[in-house]
Write a protein that binds this ligand. Structure first.
Ligand SMILES: Cc1cc2nc3c(=O)[nH]c(=O)nc-3n(C[C@H](O)[C@H](O)[C@H](O)COP(=O)(O)O)c2cc1C
Length: 187
């Protein structure tokens, strides 16, 4: 069958796209504002270019006209730390998808351990195997309620023992597949 996207409502279009474009990496984004550490997962997330080192993430609204906290913080402070998800922290990342008030921290509420290896970037989830320390690069204007944001990777954390002598990184990411979390397998 051929589905004509103009005949599909927004929710079903979201379901069809997110069940089809799989697996998607998950950006577990940490931002900070007025001492509140915000952490939330986003899977409309892809690399765009290695030089400059850019990724793009699309962030929706909390409610009509109110951006999600992550988007508001990135636009205000121009900084984000993107952590990758592995099988040991999947439970925590799911908790971080809960919508909290702007002045409430997911990290505090769910007692998620963070550390701050770089003073000028938001904290990093301690259990991540790799994290990207990013600067805001550009907002992409599209119609609708989602705002794509391009971020430039300035520095990267890689857990000890995961970067080999040929600059290959060995991490075990969990991805998003429809509504599910899936681990990668070697073929
Ligand atoms: C695995 C996963 C992926 C998600 N991907 C996105 C996404 O790409 N864009 C988006 O706006 N929300 C996405 N969400 C929902 C946000 O994580 C959720 O709305 C969160 O509460 C936003 O938090 P914030 O207001 O602190 O930024 C995703 C949720 C999960 C569990």
């Amino acid at each position: 069958m051929i589905i004509d996207y103009k005949d599909v409502n927004d929710l079903n279009r979201y379901k069809i796209m997110s069940d089809t474009v799989i697996p998607r990496p998950i950006a577990w984004i940490v931002t900070e504002d007025e001492g509140v550490i915000n952490a939330a997962p986003f899977s409309y997330f892809v690399p765009l270019s290695s030089n400059p080192a850019l990724v793009i993430v699309s962030i929706g609204q909390k409610e009509e006209g109110i951006p999600k906290d992550t988007l508001a913080n990135i636009l205000k402070h121009k900084k984000a730390t993107i952590c990758f998800v592995n099988k040991d922290n999947t439970k925590d990342v799911k908790l971080c998808a809960t919508m909290l008030d702007k002045n409430k921290s997911e990290v505090e509420k769910y007692e998620i351990d963070v550390q701050k290896p770089l003073e000028d970037y938001p904290s990093m989830i301690s259990s991540t195997q790799s994290a990207l320390f990013c600067d805001f690069y550009q907002k992409v204007d599209i119609p609708g309620k989602t705002t794509p944001i391009i971020l430039e990777i300035k520095k990267q954390f890689i857990e000890d023992g995961r970067l080999d002598e040929k600059s290959h990184v060995h991490i075990e990411n969990i991805g998003r597949s429809g509504a599910f979390f899936k681990a990668m397998v070697d073929l």
